[in-house]
Design a protein around this ligand. Sequence first.
Ligand SMILES: [Zn+2]
Ligand SMILES: [Zn+2]
Length: 249
Amino acid sequence: MQASATPRNPDWEEDELILVLDAYLSAKPQDLQKHSPEVSELSQLLRRRFHQLGVVGAYTLRNVAGVYMKLQNLKAHDPAYLARGKTGLKAGNRLEKDVWHRYEEYPAELHQRAEQLRKFIQSDISVGDVEDELLSTDETLAPEGRLLMRFHKRYERRSTNRAKKLRQFSADNGGRVFCECCGFDFERAYGSRGKGFIECHHAVPISKLTPTQTLSIRDLRLLCANCHRMVHIAQPWLTVENLKALLRK
Ligand SMILES: [Zn+2]
Ligand SMILES: [Zn+2]
C-alpha cells in the first residue's frame, strides 16, 4: 500500500480560538505550561472537535505543542502581559486578533460560548456526515462557528423534528404547509409533487441560547429554500420577521 501524504493541519477556526482564549483568560499564567493538565485537556477537546467534524489531520493536529504555542501567541494581544514590558510571540492569524478584541471586554459572554462549545463537543455526536455543498458557505459566515452550525443544520433536518413541526403547522393552518416568510406553498405551485416539501429553520442560533435553553421544536419555523438561504447568508442571521419586512419593501 502506498503511503499517503500527511495532510496539512487546518487553519485555526473561530470555535477553537474561543476555547483557547477562554482557557487563557480563566487560568493563571503559571497553569499554562506545556505540561499542565489544562493544556493537554484543551488539546484533547480540540482534537475531539475535529473528529466530530470528520476532519482528518496529521498526528500533530492540535497537539499539546500546537495548543501551547497558540496560548503563547495570545500574549501578543494581552495588555496585562505587554504592560510588564514583555513582548509576546508574533501573533498568528488575523482571526486571533479579531476574537481577542471582540471578547476582551466581555469575558462572561466568551465563557458562556466556550461552555456551550464544550457541552456540544463532549456530547460526542458526529456531525461530519452533514453533506451539503451550500453548508460550507454558511459555515464560514456562521455566527456560531462551524461546529455549532453543523448542530444547527442537523437539528433542522432531523426527520422526527420536521415531522412534528409539519403536523402542528398543518393542523393550525387548515391542512396547508407554506413558507412562514413569503407564503410560498409547494403543493399549490407544483401539485402533489410539492406536497409536504418545506425546510425547517431553528429561529434561535445555538450561540444565543442561554445555558438553560436547548434547541426546541417551538423555535422551528417553516421556510422555503430561498427564504431559508436568505436568513443564513450573512451575519447576523435575520429573524423570519426581519426577512418578511425586507421582502415587503
Ligand atoms: Zn419563502
Ligand atoms: Zn436555518
